[in-house]
Design a protein around this ligand. Sequence first.
Ligand code: ADP
Length: 328
Amino acid sequence: MTRIFSGVKPTGHLTLGNYLGAMRRWVESDQHRADGLFCVVDLHALTVAHDPARVRRLSRQTATLLLAAGLAPELCTVFVQSHVDEHTRLSYLLECTASDGELRRMIQYKEKSALALRSGESVRLSLLTYPVLMAADILVYGTDEVPVGDDQAQHVELTRDLAVRFNQRYGHTFTVPKAVHPGVAARVMDLQDPTSKMGKSHDSGAGIVYLLDDPDQVRRKVMRAVTDSGTEVVHDRETSPGVANLLEILSACSGGNPEELAGVYESYGALKRDTADAVVELLRPVRERHAELAADPGYVDEVLRKGAERAGELARPRVDAAYAAVGL
Ligand code: ADP
């Protein structure tokens, strides 16, 4: 059976971008057709300045939201990265496989290290080595497919290079995985700045719809979305990024393709109202289920405990084999 691994960082509250770009596919397709491992990658939240209590709170909320969105423990494995030691054990061996140069070339490293320096912080070494830990997250399970947004393509490419190099040096140990990018909603954009992606780690919440926003908050954010100077509803990411983003969100929520939907609307107001309604309806069951699960922390703990147990069992033999292969 195809094995799938994917993760979410607990660096902020989950957004509509995470849901449409990643989680929905895990829920509706991946967990049914494959052996899916879905992980809250908490170690990755430590690569930039962090508040321990916040990371702990967000890890739990993220795991609860994955279940609320519909990941079912009887179909897939949901767990927290730091509960399974094999990720960091393997990461060290992969650090001995990767080169300094190839990590410094990573676009996200360049962007995030520049950001840290600008705000007067030192750059944590883990920000540089983060893609190696991500490679370990993936390779440790013999993963075949990694469903991720376009922003992660370079990291999955590195993972493949490391797997091939390790296998060539020490004998076949790792499956070489491939990235699978979602066709629809591959990039949901910020409602206030439709040229940058709707990201949970961004500071301003005004252009970001969070999965736990109540219907009034969702409506307010969508109605205030930046549109373009024209008045005509067209789907064109270059000239009308704000309107194109709304059309794509509406299309992802309620079906229909963005070009056809553009023909249906004569004003931005009507498009915004329908988009807001569609997002509210999409998120309603997730919010309701989250409230039920949050009231039952024992259940979530048990799911995560069992998830980590299964993940550890899957990972251990491969990591042991890798240690033996390198001569330890
Ligand atoms: P973030 O960028 O929100 O910190 P993560 O790195 O935790 O997200 O990514 C979780 C998943 O959500 C990844 O597969 C990522 O590609 C996807 N994702 C994140 N933001 C968006 C977005 N705005 N549009 C589409 N997919 C997204």
